[in-house]
Structure formats: structure tokens, C-alpha cells
Design a protein around this ligand. Structure first.
Ligand SMILES: Nc1ncnc2c1ncn2[C@@H]1O[C@H](COP(=O)(O)OP(=O)(O)O)[C@@H](O)[C@H]1O
Ligand SMILES: [Mg+2]
Length: 244
């Protein structure tokens, strides 16, 4: 049993009958979902299946979009996107601190940068950072708000494979230390399996598969047991592996 199971009692997010449509086309079709506090959930689905639409709905970023349903989400929510969205005219620490206040804000910003491995880069400009470093800064910016819920929309999608693996370890460590609920949108089945307690597959506007991954962290990509989860997820995504 995972060591944090006792924390997974209070739901952080609750969706009931969530619908969203664009131009009369239904993208989310009555989704019911609970994300327990502290759980790491991954959301998989084909391109265009509505993953970002669901994430934006939970983040409250979709005002004016057609749809309905009931949504409960925590007060402190941070969102990380594929592109770091750092402001190029502000130094890294100032980006991290954007929108935060309090007399110890700068101190917390420095601590967050140290946690993501960017100690010493506080005064760098975003343009001086690599893709991986930019995403580290984006994670620091989300952390400094001490979110109860971290929403991440393909945050590593633009990174090379080696950088992505290092970012997986970082995200896992940050999650274990701070214990927000995490919803990670990804199209990478292995990323979902190696990080998440639970993997959802979005299919035709609904949650087509809700799979619990009851394996201790940290996990290795090479664990044979993960192969079974991989096959179930690929089947749910309609991808069949040809072993001939
Ligand atoms: N603001 C919008 N206006 C019109 N169509 C949209 C908008 N946002 C998303 N869509 C459509 O909704 C569907 C789901 O999009 P999205 O949630 O971005 O999918 P995913 O993130 O899974 O790739 C797509 O067909 C997309 O074109
Ligand atoms: Mg998307």
C-alpha cells in the first residue's frame, strides 16, 4: 500500500456532469470525477480528445465556454503548460514571484528555485535558460504558491527524451515533498505509468478507463510489471502493438 494512502480521503476536486462543447460539438459529455487530496492522477487521450478542455475547466480558465455541470476545486490551484510562459522581460526570480506577496515572498521564491535545481539562476533572463530549465522555473513559480492542486498540461511535451526523464524525477520528488493533488495531462503512456497513482483515459467525451497503479515510488521504466499497465492503456487508446 502506498505510504500516503491515509491522506487520500478528502476529495480535492469533484466534478459532476461536466459538459463542454464548441460550435455545437460536444467535447466533454457529462464527466463525473473525484480526485482525492494528494493523489497523482494522469490524464491520457488522443489529440483533440478534450484533455486541455477538462484541465481548463478544473482550473476555472474557461469562462464563456458552453457547458455545465458542478465543479468543486481547491482555492490554491497552480497550472503549468507545455511552454513555460515566463515573461521575457523579467528575471527568473521575478517571474517566480509574479503575483505573490508577503514579506517573505522573495525568500520563498529563492527556496523554490533551489528546490528545482536553479539555485544561482535567480537573476538570469528567461532567454538564457534551456527548455528544461524554463520548465523548472515554471514549476518553481507554481510551487511558490503552495498549491493544493497542481494542474499540468503536457509540461514536458516539448523537451528532449533525456531532459524529460530528469523532469519526471523532479516532479515526483516535488509531489512527494509537498503533496498537492496533481492532474498531469500527457500523451505519453510511459510518463503516466511511471509517475501516477491513477491513470484516466479520456475517450469520446468520457472517462473510458480509470486505472489504479498500485506500485511504490520511485518507479523504473524497466519494471516488467509496468508492461501490463502499458498494454491496458494502449488498448484503451486503441493502439495495438504488433509483435510479429
Ligand atoms: N476555444 C476553443 N474553440 C473551439 N474549439 C475548441 C476550443 N478549445 C478546444 N476546442 C476543440 O475541442 C476539442 C478538444 O480540444 P482539446 O481539449 O484542446 O484537446 P486535447 O488537449 O486532448 O488535444 C478539439 O476538437 C478542439 O479543436
Ligand atoms: Mg491539449
Amino acid at each position: 500500500m502506498a505510504p500516503h494512502t491515509e491522506q487520500l480521503t478528502r476529495p480535492a476536486v469533484r466534478l459532476a456532469g461536466l459538459t463542454r462543447s464548441f460550435g455545437g460539438r460536444t467535447v466533454l459529455d457529462g464527466i463525473d470525477l473525484e480526485l482525492p487530496a494528494g493523489q497523482f492522477t494522469a490524464l491520457l487521450g488522443h489529440s483533440g480528445s478534450g484533455k486541455s478542455t477538462l484541465l481548463r475547466a478544473i482550473a476555472g480558465l474557461d469562462h464563456g465556454v458552453a457547458g455545465g455541470g458542478r465543479l468543486t476545486a481547491p482555492e490554491r490551484v497552480s497550472v503549468v503548460f507545455q511552454d513555460s510562459r515566463l515573461l521575457p522581460w523579467r528575471r527568473v526570480l521575478d517571474n517566480v514571484l509574479l503575483g505573490t506577496d508577503g514579506k517573505d515572498a522573495a525568500e520563498r521564491g529563492r527556496a523554490a528555485l533551489a528546490e528545482v535545481g536553479l539555485k544561482g539562476r535567480e537573476r538570469a533572463w528567461p532567454g538564457e535558460l534551456s527548455g528544461g530549465e524554463s520548465q523548472r522555473a515554471a514549476l518553481a513559480r507554481s510551487l511558490v504558491r503552495e498549491p493544493e492542486l497542481l494542474l499540468a498540461d503536457e509540461p514536458f511535451g516539448a523537451l528532449d527524451a533525456l531532459t524529460r526523464i530528469r523532469m519526471h524525477a523532479l516532479l515526483r520528488d516535488l509531489w512527494q515533498r509537498h503533496r498537492p493533488s496533481v492532474l498531469l495531462v500527457t500523451h505519453d503512456v510511459d510518463e503516466a505509468i511511471v509517475l501516477a497513482d491513477r491513470v484516466l483515459v479520456l475517450d469520446r467525451g468520457r472517462i473510458g478507463l480509470d486505472l489504479t497503479i498500485d506500485r511504490p515510488h520511485p518507479r523504473s521504466y524497466r519494471e516488467p510489471v509496468l508492461g501490463e499497465y502499458r498494454e491496458r492503456l494502449l488498448a484503451a487508446l486503441g493502439v495495438t502493438e504488433d509483435h510479429q
